[in-house]
Design a protein around this ligand. Structure first.
Ligand code: SAM
Length: 360
């Protein structure tokens, strides 16, 4: 095991996040992945005076860490310990919509990687846990010790993009029960015939397990669509991803939401009625500079994409948001006119009650 020095989390692409979100004084923002509060702090500094921030994290330790960091912003901050898959419900409950910008900085914060007992890293010997929140039921140990060989092959291949998935799954089945990250890293190293190259052979399997334990792909897809409906007209959504699977979801989601029709190309007329909700504002993905990766090697794989909400009311609630946004405008301060917000809230809540079941 390598020795790890505990570090604080350095926010990745911080300047680029602020620029792409277009942070305005007096704006309202949501940081869906609070972590250590680095991006939130930057957003609060740039949205002063009068800015408001709702910070969400599934990990209670992240809420505590960032609470300390952001305490000087006092009444401008609301912190919620929850999964961002519940984004819309959280915002309705707190009356926190529409907003000027929403940020997702996916993955893990440095302290999570380096804390004893979280089991995210093969560099620390710890119980195989990997849950973002202690309230989740399934741990990585449950997956490793109870899934069938076929299932293990599938998840290691799909979510780890690991070419040795069959061999690794076979070794896991032979050696289980597996209780610790150290044991699992050793089994994987044996399965692939030792360490070759810079990247540890367990990297991809650990990524796959973390994704499965935390339902990362499903939650991201769901949260992205919820986020769009919470953005005011001209509001921005920014996502930083750290591996190709996440980035693909974000890219496809933005591309889909930026199109007016989703019918197959051979269709003569549109039957889907889909209207563009977003305009992509990062024509090329934004990646860290060499200087940033030198200071913060963990930023190396970061990819930032951003999009802007454009008018496209697709159902009653969104029409109400659009109408109110148009009348409120994007002028700083006017967003938070209590009468208008209250009207919007009531309209939204009554529509939530009347909406057809199954709709998020
Ligand atoms: C890369 S860190 C964010 C770091 C943060 N931007 C900063 O500057 O300190 C990602 C954070 O998102 C949280 N997270 C990941 N998936 C989540 C989810 N589905 N719901 C809520 N929080 C999540 C993790 O617990 C972690 O704290």
């Amino acid at each position: 095991m390598d020795t790890l020095v505990k570090t604080t989390h350095i926010p990745v692409l911080s300047r680029e996040v602020i620029d792409t979100l277009g942070v305005l004084p007096g704006g309202r923002y949501i940081d869906c992945t609070l972590g250590s509060g680095g991006h939130s702090q930057a957003i609060l500094e740039h949205s002063a005076p009068g800015g408001q921030l709702l910070g969400i994290d599934a990990d209670p330790d992240a809420i505590q860490r960032s609470g300390e960091r952001l305490k000087s912003f006092d009444k401008s901050v609301l912190l919620v310990n929850d999964n961002f898959v519940n984004l819309k419900d959280i915002c309705i409950k707190l009356d926190f919509f529409p907003v000027h910008g929403i940020l997702f900085d996916l993955g893990l914060a440095s302290p999570q990687l380096e804390e004893d007992g979280r089991g995210f890293s093969f560099q620390y010997d710890a119980p195989l846990d990997m849950r973002f929140s202690p309230t989740q039921r399934i741990t990585a140990a449950d997956v490793v010790n109870t899934y069938s060989e076929i299932e293990l092959v599938r998840i290691i291949k799909t979510y780890g993009e690991e070419i040795h998935s069959r061999q690794i799954a076979k070794f896991i089945i032979q050696k289980r029960p597996v209780h610790t990250t150290g044991q699992l890293a050793e089994i994987i190293t044996q399965a692939v015939g030792g360490r070759h190259g810079k990247i540890h052979p367990a990297t991809r399997t650990f990524q796959a397990l973390r994704i499965v334990v935390n339902h990362e792909m499903e939650h991201l897809e769901s949260a992205l669509s919820q986020a769009v409906s919470l953005l005011g007209f001209g509001g921005k959504i920014v996502v930083i991803s750290y591996h190709s699977l996440e980035d693909r979801i974000v890219k496809h989601f933005f591309q889909k939401e930026a199109k007016d029709c989703l019918c197959p190309p051979e269709a003569m007329t549109c039957s889907c009625g889909h209207k563009a909700n977003l305009k992509i504002i990062t024509r090329r993905i934004i990646t860290p500079t060499f200087a940033e990766t030198e200071i913060n090697p963990r930023s190396r794989s970061a990819k930032l994409r951003g999009a802007e909400r454009i008018i496209a009311p697709t159902h009653q609630y969104e029409q109400a948001v659009e109408q109110l946004n148009c009348s409120i405008g994007l002028v700083t301060g006017q967003w938070r006119r209590p009468g208008l917000i209250e009207k919007l809230r009531k309209t939204f809540l009554s529509m939530q009650k009347n909406k057809p079941s199954g709709r998020k």
